[in-house]
Design a binder for this molecule. Sequence first.
Ligand code: ATP
Ligand code: MG
Length: 408
Amino acid sequence: MDITVLDIGTSSVKTLIAAIDENGGINVSGFANAKNQGMAKSRIVDIDLTISAIKESVQSAEIMAGKKAENIFVSIGGSDTIGIASKGIIATKRAGGEITAEDVVRVIAQAKVVLTIDSNILHVIPKEFTVDDQTNIKNPVGLLGSKLSAETMVIAVQNILIQNINNAVERSGFKPSELISQHVAAYTSTLDREEMDLGVALIDIGGGSTKISVFNDDALRFIDTIDVAGDYITKDISIGLRLTRNDSESIKLKYGSCLKELVSSEETFTAPGLNDRESRTISTAELFEIVAPRVDEIIELASKSIEKSGLFHKLNAGIVLTGGTANLKGIKERFERKTNVPVKIGTPQRLSGITDNLNNPSFAVSVGMLLYAADLFRQSGAPRTGGKISLDGSVSRFLNFFKDMFKL
Ligand SMILES: Nc1ncnc2c1ncn2[C@@H]1O[C@H](COP(=O)(O)OP(=O)(O)OP(=O)(O)O)[C@@H](O)[C@H]1O
Ligand SMILES: [Mg+2]
């Protein structure tokens, strides 16, 4: 089955077209990355410009893949994404007998919280299960028990945001099949189970927003979003050096650094003048003085957010940075110095037979969406016989989706 993932980001819309085989194997045949000028802080502010970016991105990926985009999974993010702890309890189907995957799907579905009227649940992610009085169980399938409870993290997004994204995709001429949270997609491609178990914070620093997910004891414990990211650095370069946004962006990519040791005191670059003014020579040291404080602000806000989770002292596997801004020179070291925690750059993993171009932190969400869809598909083949339990609340919708596709 072919699926398409659409990561609608503030800086760019990324599209991947891939075939998923019945074992969940993935083969990417097309990808594209189209600049998006219709969003700010991960929200749509100009629907027409967002539609142009979506069209351009999907059409380029279609040409590369030589096929039409279908079964479209769309990412959703921004500070309107919330994570709420919740709990579900059920009596198992066969009291005292073996717990089945169906029981697990039921208890997770039960763990949905009552939300304010204007939000919609995207995922219900299990943290741990309790079977009768036995707590801290990661996979209850096959255990004997009469009562099953699940502690979960519910991820929900404001309806208005969902409607805007749906609208933009539909008006671009495509039909969205499923929505996936950018938080969930980003950690799916960049973290492994061991890191999640030890304790880790994933920080996805994109263009418009910074998404934070904190794990401990093999479970997602906390999510948060900060409304500052790479665009904030670009905007400050533009103000500080009196340059257009476009020129500031390319100068940031080429000469930007947030580590003093990487900045030579002699190096300079030529900056084009604004509106036919004369071009100027600027030193990279001057650029550093603008970039570094903005990065420090992002680090401070991200640290405060992680502190809110109460798990800062439990980040035994440190911090993983992803998103396009994780490419900024010196960002790993600056984060390490400011937080005193080991930092790694998270490039998307777990994908084989893929072009090198996706091997970049800015593709963490889109690659994660593919992996997520493939994982669900792998599970959907045998939902009643157990298997890996990383099912979430959207599982029944997904299962139906895949069943329809494959007439299972
Ligand atoms: N080499 C680099 N140095 C510095 N910044 C970079 C580099 N490469 C990309 N970026 C920045 O990364 C940001 C884009 O990242 P990404 O593609 O992850 O964002 P997005 O997903 O479109 O936005 P968001 O998730 O915030 O809505 C831009 O601000 C861009 O300037
Ligand atoms: Mg993004």
